[in-house]
Write a protein that binds this ligand. Structure first.
Ligand code: B16
Ligand code: MG
Length: 213
């Protein structure tokens, strides 16, 4: 039987592991240090977008302009806080159903990959015990343009040696769903991304993937 999809490309933050709460904590701390308003609503816009683009969104509420050098320092400061929070990460931070779903996909001969905007993806995968688990990893270190640009997913597909239409992307961010569709892939949405009109599938839980592929 020819399967509809030959690979599933997983977003990392918010799909495989709940690092999104650490991003929120680190950005909140930075915003407080700088006296800039920051809340859940603003945080929603940071999902899936790069560190520097996230900073630009946060600075929309700043009462003064920041120089490029200052922006680089702010981004580094946030990343240091984020990295120290990542030190707490363990295999128990895998989101519910992830380990079983990855194993079941593997059993069916479906390739699995990561497509993440994060430059910290390698350290995160190491900490949660999944560093050797994927057939391909595409992350923020290998791309120029982050989601909603499709580059990271196209890179994952090319590392898998598969055409985009053979891949199903799983995303928790609207920017990621848009990126998948622009790249010619199907998109399954979890969490906040389920309200995105471009999603092909909306999952209540990650194991529902097994009834799609
Ligand atoms: P870093 P994903 C994204 O990861 C996060 O959702 C986003 O909030 C973050 O700004 C981006 O990675 C860059 O992360 O600062 O670690 O390079 O959802 O694409 O796995
Ligand atoms: Mg995400």
């Amino acid at each position: 039987m020819k399967r509809r999809y030959q690979a599933v490309i997983f977003d990392l933050d918010g799909v495989i592991v709940s690092t999104d709460r650490y991003h929120f904590q680190a950005w909140s701390e930075l915003a407080e240090q700088e006296g800039i308003e920051f809340n859940e609503q603003i945080n929603h816009r940071l999902r899936g977008v790069s560190r520097m683009e996230s900073l630009e969104i946060i600075l929309e509420k700043a009462s003064r302009r920041y120089t490029e050098a200052e922006k680089r320092e702010l981004a580094e400061r946030k990343n240091e806080m984020y990295r120290s929070l990542l030190a707490q990460l363990t295999e128990s931070d895998l989101l519910p159903g992830v380990a079983q779903t990855l194993a079941a996909l593997r059993e069916r001969g479906i390739k699995i990959a990561i497509g993440s905007s994060s430059k910290n993806a390698p350290v995160i995968l190491e900490r949660i015990g999944l560093a050797e688990r994927f057939d391909a990893v595409a992350d923020g270190n290998g791309i120029v343009s982050s989601k909603p640009d499709p580059e990271v997913f196209l890179l994952a597909a090319s590392k898998l040696a598969l055409p985009p239409e053979a891949c199903l992307v799983v995303e928790d961010a609207e920017a990621g769903v848009v990126a998948a569709k622009r790249g010619g892939m199907a998109a399954a949405a979890v969490g906040e991304a389920r309200s995105c009109k471009d999603a092909d599938y909306r999952l209540e839980s990650i194991d529902q993937l097994l009834s799609i592929v």
